[in-house]
Design a protein around this ligand. Structure first.
Ligand code: NAP
Length: 344
């Protein structure tokens, strides 16, 4: 199969049923923390026809070893350069503290690996811009694991908006109220989140997903007003944000992200149009007009993790770009940081 660099490297073989198929892509996992264990592994273990985890890396041995055991006793290393030097590894999955993304991606590019790296793209815009520059000429796949780009309910909502199902959309509200703290949430205990080296603290780490989905739906939204709070300083600089924005098509909106909301939980996206309304409430998408529900669709566990790995595989095997480019993630981050600058 031809790839972007013109090299044929995915070998076809006959499986035990005699069908011609592709060999799974050999994947090295860099970072064996919570996201590796709880988000990537559950998906990858269902995709063994597409990905074979060939080695894992964590700089602390205990985590490297236990993750290696979890994924089938593959070799583990403590220095990611060892993974990058493994000639039979085609691709790397980088799941590290955000501030390490730039240097690790740079090293992975030097080693000519296909790359999927966790969001947000970088801990500052300078690194993110540098990564976009590198992406421009990189002959292999480089993508961001921004799972909200692959949420089916969001994609469907976009299709319904575009087809005029609710008339002209004019306002969008995304309310995410949740209680995250050190007692109930593993993420709140990670040292790189507590002593974060990126602006915005927990709101940046978690809220970048909402911005990515809103940009996919509405185009290049811009912040027009903001207030932020730190209700629980354990979550970093801010854990609460109400951000007003407008889109190029004159759709206005508010994204409310409150991660220390005690006693109240909500996760709803509402899109108001001149002839109806689309809501996504958890995994349920509803289109309503007047007092009646026009359609309702349920997308169980609609988190997009499987979709991002399907796209990674497709991009590698077809020699195409993924839709979750570094450039799109850079624009997500820039939108958020520019919005903070309205207040900070
Ligand atoms: P985490 O649990 O702290 O995982 C990071 C891992 O990297 C830790 O095991 C850490 O080991 C290891 N590490 C740190 N420096 C290293 C180095 N130089 N070489 C090798 N290993 C190193 O954090 P996480 O929650 O999994 O988050 C990791 C990434 O996933 C972040 O980019 C985050 O934004 C992203 N994420 C995405 C989602 C999503 O929904 N898409 C959800 C959660 C997280 P030690 O702990 O031993 O230092």
């Amino acid at each position: 199969m031809k790839t972007t660099d013109g090299i044929i490297y995915i070998t076809k073989y006959f499986n035990n049923k005699g069908d011609l198929t592709l060999k799974p892509i050999k994947l090295g996992i860099i970072g064996c923390g919570i996201a590796a264990r709880e988000l990537h592994w559950p998906v990858l273990k269902e995709m063994t026809d597409k990905f074979e985890i060939a080695a894992v890396c964590n700089h602390t041995e205990e985590k490297a070893k236990s993750f290696s055991q979890m994924v089938g006793n593959v070799p583990y290393v403590l220095d990611y350069n060892e993974i990058l030097n493994m000639k039979d590894i085609d691709a790397v999955d980088i799941i590290l503290p955000i501030e390490l993304n730039f240097e690790t991606v740079k090293a992975a590019m030097k080693a000519n690996k296909h790359i999927i790296v966790e969001k947000p793209l970088a801990s500052n815009l300078k690194d993110a811009e540098n990564m976009v520059e590198l992406e421009k000429t990189y002959p292999k796949v480089a993508m961001v694991a921004e799972n909200f780009r692959y949420r089916k309910a969001v994609e469907k909502a976009g299709n319904y908006m575009a087809s005029g199902k609710i008339g002209k959309p004019y306002a969008v509200f995304w309310n995410k109220f949740d209680k995250v703290d050190k007692v109930t949430n593993l993420y709140a205990n990670t040292s790189w989140r507590i002593n974060h080296k990126y602006p915005g603290g927990f709101v940046t780490d978690a809220g970048i997903h909402n911005i990515a989905a809103l940009r996919d739906l509405l185009g290049d939204i811009k912040g027009t007003g903001i207030f932020t709070k730190s209700a629980n300083p354990e979550l970093g600089q801010i854990d609460s944000m109400s951000l007003q924005f407008s889109s190029p098509q004159d759709i206005s909106g508010v994204v409310n992200l409150f991660f220390s909301s005690d006693g109240y939980k909500e996760n709803t996206l509402k899109i108001l149009g001149t002839q109806g309304c689309i809501t996504i409430d958890g995994d349920v998408l509803t289109v309503s007009k007047g007092d009646s529900v026009e359609l309702q669709e349920v997308y169980p566990q609609d988190d997009g993790y499987r979709g991002e790995f399907e796209d990674f595989y497709k991009a590698i095997s077809e020699g195409k770009k993924s839709k979750a480019t570094f450039y799109e993630s850079y624009l997500d981050l820039k939108m958020l940081i520019d919005a903070y600058n309205l207040e900070f």
